[in-house]
Design a binder for this molecule. Structure first.
Ligand code: FMN
Length: 176
């Protein structure tokens, strides 16, 4: 099986990480996968903010997420305490921003898998990134003014393993 097919087959959401940091080479490889991803009209509009999982802004984001839900903080933050978090942002008024962000985040997830790392695609901070603290959070994450959060990827060394999900192709596919 090719490396790409193997990574697709093996990738699974990781919801538990060791404290080990990514090397610069690992981070560069993952970012390259995002930057090399296709975008509608080759606009290359996705902005990638790389954040240390221990940065206080991550806890502030978690508090904001829970406040918006009127809920107490749980055992884990949205990123399951991953050492590295990559926030993807883009203009809401570009037709393909969400699609492009989705393609880029999966490319990066596959790159992480290929490097033996775990990852988790995270959308749960969406409302918090766009609520009353939007401008403050964007500034701390160096997100350009014209762009907004689309999706995030948590990355790190796996502390937990989970089998890839199963699916029912008969329900989801029509060969016309
Ligand atoms: C757009 C999107 C948003 C997601 N947001 C979250 C999230 O906020 N928290 C979480 O734990 N998992 C999140 N996931 C992971 C999904 O729950 C996961 O991909 C799905 O359960 C299938 O499991 P697998 O990734 O192990 O194949 C998200 C996945 C996608 C594609």
């Amino acid at each position: 099986m090719s490396e790409v097919l193997e990574a697709i087959a093996k990738r699974s959401s990781t919801r538990g990480y060791t404290k080990e940091k990514l090397t610069k080479e690992e981070l560069d490889t993952i970012l390259h996968a995002g930057l090399q991803s296709p975008t509608g009209t080759n606009k290359q509009e996705i902005f990638f903010s790389v954040i240390n999982g221990e940065d206080p802004i991550i806890e502030e984001l978690e508090q904001e997420k829970m406040a918006l839900r009127n809920a107490n903080r749980g055992e884990h933050n949205a990123f399951y305490e991953a050492p590295t978090i990559i926030m993807l942002s883009a203009e809401d008024d570009f037709r393909w921003s969400q699609v492009d962000a989705g393609i880029a985040v999966q490319s990066m997830a596959l790159a992480a898998e290929s490097l033996g790392l775990g990852s988790l695609i995270v959308g749960s901070v969406y409302d918090a990134m766009r609520g009353g603290k939007r401008d403050y959070l964007k500034e701390k994450m160096q997100i350009p003014a014209e762009k907004d959060f689309q999706i995030a990827l948590a990355v790190g060394h796996k502390a937990t393993e989970k089998e890839p999900h199963t699916y029912d192709a008969a329900k989801q596919v029509a060969i016309v």
